[in-house]
Each structure stands twice: as structure tokens, then as C-alpha cells.
Design a protein around this ligand. Structure first.
Ligand SMILES: Nc1nc2c(ncn2[C@@H]2O[C@@H]3COP(=O)(O)O[C@H]4[C@@H](O)[C@H](n5cnc6c(=O)[nH]c(N)nc65)O[C@@H]4COP(=O)(O)O[C@H]3[C@H]2O)c(=O)[nH]1
Length: 626
């Protein structure tokens, strides 16, 4: 930005003739400068340099008071003087020293030249009294015109430079201030991101540890407790998979807001990750089950209906509580124990809370031992298959077998699948285990066929984790190829919940299996979530009535009604219906009377080793058992 330099000069002298002299000096000098500039422009063909265009503006004051008023006005209207020439003796008013003091009060930037032949005050006293710094010069009379002009030129230029520098400095200060502000904001934002969960805005795990430590230190000082609640939303994965991630995120945010609204400002609600939250309740009383009222509040708030798009859901949660200092003396132990309690709540059917108890750790240790055992069982070939026949109710013929895994444990003996399949599923070990089952079952069935024992089908259970594996189709094809068994003899039993976890993807996989010639059936039908419209689109051949509905037949009217409904539904859809868990002749009679197609259960045979199936096939080639 080009600014016109300030060349405003104030002459303060009681003698009018002096004013005339000054004006003459400036006029003459300015003309000379202009001529010089013009000469230079003519000689060198250049424009006149701007710096040579010196044009002073000279104002006159004849008394100190008058000069003071003029300087005040000049400041007020934003046209300050750059300098003043001040006489020392100006009767009857203020002398030069008093005048200068007043002028500097009005404008501290003013450059002053004392023009005098004689001063009533000794120079040293004068300099000591005035706060001189670099803004005062003394010009003794008589002076040369050029001295006046040079002083005016350099002091006004100096004033302008000081002014420009101050403006520049102010600009820089603004820039520095803004930059500093931006840096602070960036730092704050990074700090926030490092310690908070981006989705819900709640503190994250790194802040949790810090808050928990503070709460524990406070509890130590004040003989109080800290309660840690580990909270996991029930069935979140199912909601996320069925309604989509956006709905899942929305749900998490809603739950986070509700939880945060239930606790005091000193408490902390943290999102650990996924659908897992931790609440730290600060300053809890030592007596009683601390934290319980808050927990109830949390549970009630979470249970309020949540609207996600066209769906209205009611959310429940499983909660585990651990208390400091009783359940752990450090952050890791407390969180681990609250976690163990939360898992216990889940095991107990969800939608409840559990206080930590030491035996939960034993359970965790057992789980770890079981996991290691499973690992070893895979490498040491400690699994076996048992086979349970499936029988046609009309003919009494064995139409197939279901392969059921057994674990020959080195210490515990035969372990039933219910005890290890969930852990195998959770840890992913189900994938190699499932592959072994599939291959062994195909090989066995082909061996029976080759031995002339009849062409029966073999069914294999497929777990959710196995079903989601990218190369499931490849593994099935490989098992068929390696065994030489035709695809039509293999039946894969899927559960409804497995299919409903990701319906689209499941249908795609099911159709691909169907295209290979593999048969599919729904196991444990009636316990899952499949809608009738979804069921219609499943490429399946068979529905299996869960044994929970068979167990109390013929006494339980509800179970009878359910079994009847499943049979007629299956037939409506053109499917075979098989009942599992048939133990009594009454159950058999009921199923036969209601046109159930097939049965499986202890009444006919328990699951038996391969050799047992051979014996059964021989014994029941004629169906007089029925
Ligand atoms: N009370 C009673 N029970 C009967 C009767 N008839 C058969 N059962 C039992 O019911 C279960 C039927 O298998 P599931 O429903 O597929 O249920 C199976 C299946 O979900 C799972 N499972 C078994 N083998 C495998 C496998 O190779 N892979 C996978 N992923 N899961 C398997 O473990 C579950 C339990 O298997 P098992 O203990 O062998 O238990 C078997 C069988 O022994 C009866 O008349 N009364």
C-alpha cells in the first residue's frame, strides 16, 4: 500500500518574521528539488523519482497554547504533524520547554526541533526535564536555510518510517495472533480427536484410563468407591447387518446421548469400540451395591423406543459391574473384571446386569484352556464324527444321516459339541474344524455307497462364521471332488439367524450352492427370525422343527400348534419337514398323524459311530420297527 508521506510541519514562534523566513526556505528548496527532478527526467528519460517530490505543509502558531490546540486537533482529525520547530522564548505565553511538554502530551510521536539563539534554562536541565529520547534536536540561531530544510526532510521521513514500522508491526502482530490461534485450535482439535470417539463424541479408551485413575485416587483419599460398568448392546450386530451401518451408527449415537444424560458431570461415559460402552461412576458410597440406581436409570433410558427409518426398536443391554477397590486395584484388572461380569450377563440371556464375582475369572481361564485344547485337537486329529439317522415316517426307511462332531479330549473324554462349538465359532477355529467335518462326512458317505449300503444323503451343520467365509464354495467343491461323492447327497444345515444376519449375501451363497447341486435345509426352525416373505425365497429342500417344540408333545398344546403350523407351512412352500429330538412313540404318532415327512431322534437311534450306521442300515432295510 503506497501512503503519501506525512510532511506536515508546525512552526511555533512568537515572531511573525520567522514564519516568513521559514516559508521562504521551504518554497525555495522545494522549487530546487522539482527542478532537479525535471532535469534528471530529461537527462535519463525517466520519470521523476517519487522520493524527490517533497512537498511540505507548513502551519504557524505564535504561542505555545495555540500550538498545543493545533496539535490536539491534528491528532483528533487523523492528520498529525510529523514535526515542530519551537522557539524557546515566546512571551507572554509558555516558554519553549512548557510548550514542548504540552505538545508531547498531545502527541508523543511529534519530532521537535528547538530553534533558539538563547535559552533561559541551561541545556542540561532542559534535557533532563524533558523526556527526550530520540525526538528532540536543537538548532541554534542563526541557522542556514539548508539546515532547516535537511532537518525537516529527515525528521519527517523518520516520523513516516516509525509510523510505517508501527503499522507493519501491528499487522504482523495480527498475523502472529491469528496463526497462534489457529495452532491452538489445531492442537485442541488433535487432542480432542485422540481422546474422543468420532462417532458419538464420547471420550475414548485413552481418556477412560486417565479418568479411572483420577476416580481411584479420589476414592483412596476420601474412603469412597468407584463403580465401573461395562455395557454391551444386545443384538447390535444383527441390527447393524439387517438395517445397515448408517442405522447402526444412528443407534450408537442415540444410546451414547442417553447414557451421557443419565450420569453426573463427574462421571464418565466412554465408547470402547463397536457397541461396547464403559461408564465410570465417581465417588460412590462404600455401603450397599453402589451404582445401582444409576444403572437402572441407564437401562430404562436405553430401553425407550428408538426410531430408525421405518423401524421402531427397543434396545436392551448386558451390563457387568466391577467396583474399586474390592474387584481390582488397578485399571486393567477392574476393566477386565467388569468385562467378565458383562460376559456373564450375556451368557445368562442378555438384558441383565451382573456384579463381578471371582469365579468369573475361573470361567475366563477355563475358556482359555478350552481354546488351547481345541487348537491342539485340530493338529492332533482328536475329533470324531457321530452319525444320526434320519427316517422317512411313511416308509420307515433311513433316508440319510446327520454328521455330528465329537471331541475326544485327552483328560475329559468325549466332549459334546454344545460345549466347544460356540468357542470355536467365537475364535474362528470353526473354519478348519468345519472343513474337517465336511471332508470326513463326504468321504464316509461315499465309502458306504461304495460298500453297497445304499445311496443315502449326509447332512452337515454349517455355522455362521463358516458360512461367511469367502472360499466356502471352493471348500465344498473340493470336499466333493476329493471324496468322489455326488453333490446331491450332501445337505448343508443352516440356521435362520445365520441367514438373516445378511440376507442378500446369504441368498447369493445359497443359490451358488444350489447351482452346484448341494441340498440346503433350515435347522432349528421356529427359533430364529426369518420372515415368511424371506423364507419363500430360500433355495432349500427341508425345514427341521427344533427339538424344543417336539420335547413336550403331546402335553403342551402350544408346541403341538407350533409343530402343526411348521409342517403345513413347509408343505405350502413345497418343502419336506423333519422333526428332530423325537424320543417317544407319542411324539412319533403325533408327527405321523400331522403328515410330518421325516424324523430324527433317540426313539429311532442316538448318534452312533460309522460302524453303528452300517448295522442300522442292515437292520432296517425292512421297516418293521415302525
Ligand atoms: N435330547 C435329545 N437330543 C437329541 C435327540 N436326537 C438327537 N439329539 C441331539 O440333538 C442335536 C442335533 O443337532 P443340531 O440340532 O444340529 O445341534 C447341534 C449342532 O448345532 C452343533 N453341532 C454338532 N456338530 C456340529 C458340526 O459338525 N458343526 C457345527 N457347526 N455344529 C455342530 O451342536 C449341536 C448339538 O449337537 P449334539 O450334542 O450332537 O446334539 C445333537 C443330537 O445328539 C433326542 O431324541 N433327544
Amino acid at each position: 500500500m503506497t501512503r503519501t508521506p506525512n510532511r506536515r510541519i508546525l512552526l511555533v514562534d512568537d515572531m511573525p518574521s520567522i514564519h516568513g523566513d521559514f516559508r521562504k526556505i521551504f518554497r525555495t528548496q522545494m522549487q530546487q528539488h522539482a527542478q532537479l527532478g525535471a532535469m534528471e527526467a530529461a537527462l535519463f528519460g525517466k520519470e521523476k523519482p517519487a522520493a524527490l517530490e517533497v512537498s511540505f505543509e507548513l502551519d504557524s502558531a505564535y504561542q505555545g497554547q495555540e500550538a498545543w490546540a493545533m496539535v490536539q486537533t491534528s491528532v483528533a482529525v487523523g492528520r498529525p504533524y510529523a514535526m515542530a520547530f519551537v522557539d524557546m522564548r515566546m512571551p507572554p505565553g509558555w516558554n519553549g520547554m512548557q510548550t514542548i511538554e504540552h505538545l508531547w502530551q498531545a502527541d508523543a510521536r511529534l519530532q521537535v526541533v528547538i530553534c533558539t539563539a538563547y535559552s533561559d534554562t541551561p541545556w542540561d536541565d532542559l534535557l533532563a526535564r524533558l523526556d527526550v529520547r530520540d525526538r528532540l534536536l536543537i538548532l541554534k540561531k542563526p541557522f542556514e536555510a539548508i539546515e532547516v530544510y535537511q532537518l525537516a526532510s529527515s525528521l519527517t521521513a523518520k516520523w513516516q518510517m516509525a509510523e510505517d514500522m508501527a503499522a507493519q508491526l501491528a499487522r504482523l502482530e495480527v498475523v502472529v495472533h491469528n496463526r497462534t490461534h489457529e495452532l491452538h485450535a489445531a492442537h485442541d482439535s488433535l487432542q480432542y480427536q485422540a481422546t474422543h470417539d468420532t462417532l458419538t463424541g464420547l471420550p475414548n479408551r485413552s481418556l477412560l484410563e486417565d479418568r479411572l485413575r483420577q476416580a481411584m485416587a479420589y476414592a483412596d483419599r476420601s474412603a469412597r468407591q468407584v463403580t465401573v460398568a461395562m455395557i454391551d448392546l444386545d443384538n447390535f450386530k444383527l441390527i447393524n447387518d439387517t438395517l445397515g451401518h448408517q442405522a447402526g451408527d444412528e443407534l450408537l449415537k442415540t444410546m451414547a446421548d442417553r447414557m451421557a444424560a443419565c450420569v453426573r458431570s463427574v462421571d464418565t461415559v466412554v465408547r470402547q469400540g463397536g457397541d461396547e460402552f464403559v461408564v465410570v461412576l465417581f465417588d460412590q458410597p462404600v455401603q450397599g451395591e453402589s451404582g445401582l440406581p444409576t444403572l437402572h436409570r441407564l437401562r430404562d433410558a436405553m430401553a425407550q423406543p428408538v426410531v430408525l427409518g421405518r423401524h421402531t426398536l427397543q434396545i436392551t443391554a448386558s451390563m457387568g459391574l466391577a467396583t474399586y477397590p474390592a474387584d481390582g486395584s488397578d485399571v486393567e484388572t477392574l476393566l477386565m473384571n467388569a468385562d467378565a461380569a458383562m460376559y456373564r450377563a450375556k451368557e445368562l440371556g442378555r438384558n441383565n446386569y451382573q456384579f463381578y464375582a471371582a469365579e468369573m475369572n475361573h470361567k475366563a481361564q477355563n475358556k482359555l484352556a478350552m481354546f488351547e485344547g481345541l487348537h491342539n485337537a485340530i493338529t492332533h486329529g482328536a475329533f470324531e464324527l457321530a452319525y444320526q439317522p434320519k427316517v422317512a415316517l411313511q416308509t420307515g426307511q433311513i433316508i440319510g444321516v446327520e454328521a455330528l462332531i465329537r471331541w475326544q479330549h485327552p483328560e475329559q473324554g468325549l466332549v459334546a459339541p454344545d460345549q466347544f462349538i460356540p468357542l470355536a465359532e467365537e475364535s474362528g477355529l470353526i473354519v478348519p474344524i468345519g472343513e474337517w467335518v465336511l471332508r470326513t462326512a463326504c468321504m464316509q458317505n461315499k465309502a458306504w455307497q461304495d460298500a453297497g449300503m445304499g445311496a443315502i444323503g449326509i447332512s452337515v451343520n454349517v455355522s455362521a462364521r463358516q458360512f461367511r467365509e469367502e472360499d466356502l464354495l471352493k471348500r465344498v467343491a473340493q470336499a466333493l471332488e476329493d471324496s468322489g461323492m455326488q453333490a446331491e447327497y450332501l445337505e448343508l444345515e443352516l440356521t435362520e439367524s445365520l441367514i438373516m444376519q445378511d440376507l442378500e449375501k446369504a441368498l447369493e451363497t445359497m443359490r451358488a450352492l444350489q447351482a452346484m447341486g448341494v441340498q440346503l435345509s433350515i435347522d432349528d426352525f421356529g427359533t430364529g427370525y426369518s420372515s415368511l416373505s424371506a423364507l419363500k425365497s430360500f433355495p432349500i429342500v427341508r425345514l427341521k422343527i427344533d427339538r424344543a417344540f417336539v420335547r413336550d408333545i403331546p402335553h403342551d398344546e402350544d408346541d403341538k400348534a407350533i409343530a402343526r403350523a411348521i409342517i403345513s407351512l413347509g408343505h405350502e412352500l413345497g418343502l419336506k419337514v423333519i422333526a428332530e429330538g423325537v424320543e417317544t412313540v407319542q411324539q412319533l404318532d403325533f408327527l405321523r398323524a400331522n403328515q410330518c415327512d421325516e424324523m430324527q431322534g433317540y426313539y429311532f437311534s442316538r448318534p452312533v459311530p460309522a460302524s453303528g450306521i452300517e448295522a442300522l442300515l442292515r437292520a432296517h432295510s425292512s421297516p418293521e420297527w415302525i
